[in-house]
Structure formats: structure tokens, C-alpha cells
Design a protein. Structure first.
Ligand code: KG4
Ligand code: ZN
Length: 339
């Protein structure tokens, strides 16, 4: 029997009902039930539908995760749950389930920051040491450059988007191109058959800081489509995607160089993007920077990332949360867990 703590992680911040189980830094189970198809006809996530779907899915997802990990509930040493940021009604389903389990099992509970959890999934690659990294966190709600030294204690935000997040830009452009929701994976697929140099879309905010801006790019794509209604959609998708990838990587790699940090960690839903991953590898090889990207399935929302951050908190001696901790729709990135 391993002496490493067995951690259950619950994630319900948006449209994925997810439970992950880890022992120390070893992933044992990662089960996800998505309500994405129920939202697709509305072109975005409907909070009420998401909450109801979480309520329905939670018992099954939990049982399946325990089966996959081959553990019993009584073996769990600590429970982690996303406490924000996210849709409040959706978060409350996860935190209620987690608090019920913590009370019944008499185990500690950690209310965790979804954003830190995206980065913490990197810890599940046991072949790596947890050395400092520059984090590029790119999701539906956030695009930030972060100095990561100890995820359980906090991070330093170097820059962030001043308007749309990268994932939000993918979703909005997908809508303009009449693609499926969510837009990121749809653009990723379509762009594979397009020419990424076909249209020279603007690279927003080429300033010397670490901030991003994607609203100008969105306007440029919209204007282009109005002027050239018969444009090849795959070329528009590929050229748009290239503009996003270019600005994200230019600033992230510059942060590594300027801060003298030799590791780049890319996390969050947009980190699943195949072009971002390939181009990041090429640029990191050139700059002699180690690239750390979780497997694509662990980039989008999942419970394993919550369990991973909780595991780092437990092993780092962080105090658990008290029952009744707050769920928050917005949370600063530098607060990994809260009381
Ligand atoms: O991290 P995530 O699953 O949820 C949030 O915390 O927001 O990120 C979701 C975002 C969506 O905007 C989605 O379109 C985008 O990640 N995304 C992608 C890809 N897969 C998901 N964007 C680009 N390429 C992908 N393959
Ligand atoms: Zn997320």
C-alpha cells in the first residue's frame, strides 16, 4: 500500500461533470460527463441546463471513477472541489456533493481555484520534477502568463487579456464561420485543410508587456468575412488560429527568456489546440526551452486537475477549507485554495 494520499477531485464549474482520483501524483481515474450537446442549439452554455445536468450525472460519474481507480469511498484521504471561478449554480452542485462526502467520511475538503487546477494537471506527469515554469493559461474565460513556482501556495500573474480570452475568441469566430459549438475544436479541425498564410490577420497588442488583446482580431475577421463572403472558410480558420497562436507564443516565450525560466507550461482548454501545441514545440526547441503540455484530454475541464491541485495542497501542508466555504464566480489567479 502506497503512503501517498488518495485524493478525489470534483469539477462542475461549467458544462462538464467530472471526477478524478489521484494517489500522490499518479492518475488513477478521470471520468467526465458533458452536457455540451444540450447547450449546442443555444450557441453557448445555459447555466440552468448545466446545473440540472450536473445533478443528474454526479452519482454515476462518482461511482464510475471509484470503479476505474479500483478504490472505495472510505479509502479517500481528502476531497478537492472547484469552488470558482465558474457558474454559481453549477459550482454549487459540485461543492454540495463534495461537502456531503467530506462530512460523511470525516475527511478534509479543499475548495480549489479552477485556474490553478488547470496548471496543476502538469504534476500528473510523474517523469517531471516540479521546477519553476512560465505558465500560459488559455481557456474559455482566461488568457494569462504566469510565473509558477509552487502551485499550492500561489503564482505570480505577469499579464492577462485586456478583453476577450483566447477560447472566447475561438468560440466567437466559430460562430461567424457557422461552425459547431464549442468553437475551438471545430476551428482546430477545419484549419487543418486551410492555408494559415492565406490572410494576414492583425497580431493584437504587440507591446513589451505580457498582456493580450483579441477583440481587434475578432473585428478584423468579421470585417473580412463581410467583404469576402465567398472566402474559403478553412483559410479564414487557419489564418485566424495562426494569429492567436503567434501572439500567445511570442509573449510566453519572451517571458521565459526575460525571467530566465527554462520551462513553458501550457494549460487550459485552448492548450488542446493542435496548431498551438505543434508551433509551441517548434519555438521551444529553437529557444532551448522545455515544453510541458498536458495530454489534450487533460487540457479541457476535468476532475483529475482538481485532484492534482488538492494533492499538491495536501503534500504542501496547506490548511483545508472549512465546510461552507464560498463558491465564487470570479477568483484571482493567485489564490489556489481558500478557507
Ligand atoms: O478550460 P476549458 O475547458 O473551460 C474553461 O475553463 O473555460 O476551456 C474551454 C475553451 C473553449 O473556449 C473551447 O472552444 C476551447 O477551450 N478549446 C479549444 C480547443 N479545445 C477547446 N480551442 C482551440 N482549439 C481546441 N482544440
Ligand atoms: Zn477550465
Amino acid at each position: 500500500m502506497s503512503s501517498q494520499p488518495l485524493i478525489l477531485g470534483i469539477e462542475t464549474s461549467c458544462d462538464e461533470t467530472a471526477v478524478g482520483i489521484v494517489r500522490g501524483r499518479t492518475l488513477l481515474a478521470n471520468v467526465i460527463s458533458s452536457s455540451v450537446e444540450e447547450h449546442a442549439r443555444f450557441g453557448g452554455v445555459v447555466p440552468e441546463i448545466a446545473s440540472r445536468a450536473h445533478l443528474e450525472a454526479m452519482p454515476f460519474v462518482l461511482q464510475q471513477a471509484l470503479r476505474e481507480a479500483k478504490v472505495a469511498l472510505r479509502d479517500i484521504d481528502a476531497i478537492g472541489v472547484t469552488a470558482g471561478p465558474g457558474l454559481i449554480g453549477a459550482l454549487l452542485v459540485g461543492t454540495s456533493a463534495a461537502e456531503g462526502l467530506a462530512l460523511a467520511l470525516d475527511k478534509p475538503i479543499y475548495g480549489v481555484n479552477h485556474l490553478s487546477a488547470h496548471l496543476a494537471v502538469d504534476a500528473l506527469d510523474e517523469s517531471r520534477s516540479l521546477q519553476p515554469a512560465i505558465g500560459l493559461l488559455v481557456s474559455g474565460g482566461h488568457s494569462s502568463i504566469i510565473e509558477v513556482t509552487d502551485l499550492a501556495k500561489g503564482v505570480r500573474v505577469l499579464g492577462a487579456t485586456i478583453d476577450d480570452a483566447a477560447g472566447e475568441a475561438f468560440d466567437k469566430i466559430a460562430r461567424l464561420l457557422e461552425l459547431d459549438f464549442p468553437g475551438g475544436p471545430a476551428i482546430d479541425r477545419l484549419a487543418k485543410s486551410g492555408d494559415l498564410e492565406a490572410i494576414d490577420f492583425p497580431r493584437g497588442l504587440q507591446s513589451s508587456d505580457y498582456n493580450f488583446s483579441f477583440s481587434g482580431l475578432k473585428t478584423a475577421v468579421s470585417r473580412y468575412l463581410k467583404q469576402a463572403p465567398s472566402a474559403v472558410k478553412a483559410d479564414v480558420a487557419a489564418s485566424f488560429q495562426e494569429a492567436v497562436v503567434d501572439v500567445l507564443l511570442t509573449k510566453a516565450i519572451r517571458a521565459c527568456t526575460e525571467k530566465g525560466i527554462e520551462s513553458l507550461l501550457i494549460a487550459g482548454g485552448v492548450a488542446a489546440n493542435s496548431r498551438l501545441r505543434a508551433e509551441a514545440q517548434r519555438r521551444c526547441d529553437l529557444a532551448k526551452i522545455e515544453l510541458r503540455t498536458p495530454p489534450a484530454a487533460l487540457c479541457t475541464d476535468n476532475g483529475a486537475m482538481v485532484a492534482a491541485l488538492t494533492s499538491l495542497a495536501v503534500s504542501g501542508g496547506v490548511s483545508p477549507s472549512s465546510i461552507g466555504f464560498s463558491t465564487l464566480s470570479t477568483v484571482p489567479l493567485d489564490q489556489p485554495t481558500w478557507a
